[in-house]
Structure formats: C-alpha cells, structure tokens
Design a protein around this ligand. Structure first.
Ligand code: DX5
Length: 217
C-alpha cells in the first residue's frame, strides 16, 4: 500500500485565524485540503477561488470541488488565483460532472493530478472505467457538505474493493476521520486521510495529527 498521507481540511478551521491554523499543521501535513462548495451540488457554500488568496503555505493543495458541472474556466480560476501556492490535485465528483473525462483531461493538461470523488451511495462500478486516468480516488465517508458528521463505515467495502483492484493507487477518505476511524479506513486500504474537525477543533492541532498517525501504525 502507498504511504499514509495526512490531509488537514481547512473547512472547519477558524477562518479569522486561517493562516495561524495552517502554520500549526503544515509541518505535519502531506497535503492541505481546500473544500469548495456551490450550494447546488451540496447544500452549503464556501468562498471560491478567492479563498486561495487568503493564505500561503509550503504544503501542496488538494482542491476538492463539490461543485455542479465545474467548467474549464471555473477550474482555471483556482489555478490562477495564487501562483505562490502549489496545487497537487483537483478532485471532481462523479455525480456532479456530465463529461467527467473531459474535465479530468483539462486538469491534467494544466499539470495538476486529476482525481475523482464518489459519495457514500455511489457504487465503485460507476468510476471503474476512469481509474487509469486519475492519480487518486476519494471515497467520501460522509455525505459531502459539512464537517463534523459521523463516519459511514459501510463505505469501507468500496475501499477494500478498490485496494484489491489498484494496489498502488492513492485512496483518500474524507468525513468523520479521527483517531478511531482512521485505523478502520487504513485497515480497509485507504492511505490518504482527510481530517477537518478532529484537527482544527483541537487545541493542540499538531498533537491531533500525531494521535491519528499513532492510531494507524
Ligand atoms: C465534507 C468535506 C470534508 C469535511 C470533513 O463535505 O469534504 O472535507 O471538511 O470534515 P470532518 O473531518 O470534520 O468530518
């Protein structure tokens, strides 16, 4: 299995002290996730590409677009927003895109790793034909839209199946990950752990990451 990666999601960070929160976690983070919501694909909204102007970090970004039909122009606004940041990957939802392949190709053309996310109720079968085109698959472990929800353990069946199919692919889980559920996800075959409230609601954010790492050893 590929290396375990810790990905704090800034969604539940104190937005007034965003840079401070990022500074506390960056030495312990492999990627930093920026969640983007449109109030169409999910019943919540976040700042869009302008959010990337509000902070800086040496950690490469994982941009998770919970957005209906993200156009190339829309994706480009993220790529162009803050050239000091490095975008590692842009993840789009199977359920939100009518031409998934076209959007994945556009992301790749911009030298960014294209990734697909699926919601808890979406079967893995729906994305099998795209697996050779992506660098990572995000198996959502909550319905997207909000942090602080309970981990849906049933999603682990998809993680197990995908790990068997693709021993070397990055499998990301997102939603309800803490020092208990991380171990369940890693045992099933996930190696990229997105964590928001467990880290950003903790007084000692680096300590929260260390607890997760200890729990998956
Ligand atoms: C859910 C977001 C997650 C969320 C996870 O829609 O994609 O990244 O922030 O939050 P926690 O870790 O609190 O479940």
């Amino acid at each position: 299995m590929p290396k375990i990666k810790i990905v704090p999601s800034i969604l539940s960070a104190d937005q007034d002290k965003l840079q401070e929160g990022i500074n506390e976690v960056e030495d312990y983070s492999d990627l930093l996730q920026v969640d983007v919501m449109d109030n169409k694909f999910v019943p919540n909204i976040t700042p869009q590409a302008e959010l990337l102007k509000k902070f800086n970090t040496k950690v490469p970004l994982d941009i998770h677009l919970m957005v209906k039909e993200p156009s190339n122009d829309y994706i480009k606004t993220f790529i162009d927003s803050n050239k000091k940041l490095k975008i590692n990957n842009i993840t789009i939802h199977y359920e939100a895109c009518s031409d998934l392949e076209k959007t994945l190709n556009f992301i790749k053309k911009n030298s960014i790793i294209p990734c697909i996310a699926i919601n808890p109720k979406t079967p893995l079968d729906k994305i099998k034909k795209f697996l050779d085109k992506v660098g990572m698959v995000l198996i959502m472990t909550v319905e997207p839209g909000f942090s602080g929800q309970k981990f849906v353990e049933d999603c682990m069946e998809k993680v197990q199946e995908l790990r068997k199919l693709k021993p070397n692919i990055d499998i990301e889980v997102d939603g309800g990950i803490n020092d208990k559920t991380a171990a369940i996800a890693v045992k099933a075959g996930a190696n990229v752990l997105v964590v928001s409230s467990f880290i950003f609601k903790a007084k000692d954010k680096a300590g929260a990451i260390k607890k997760i790492l200890a729990s998956v050893k």
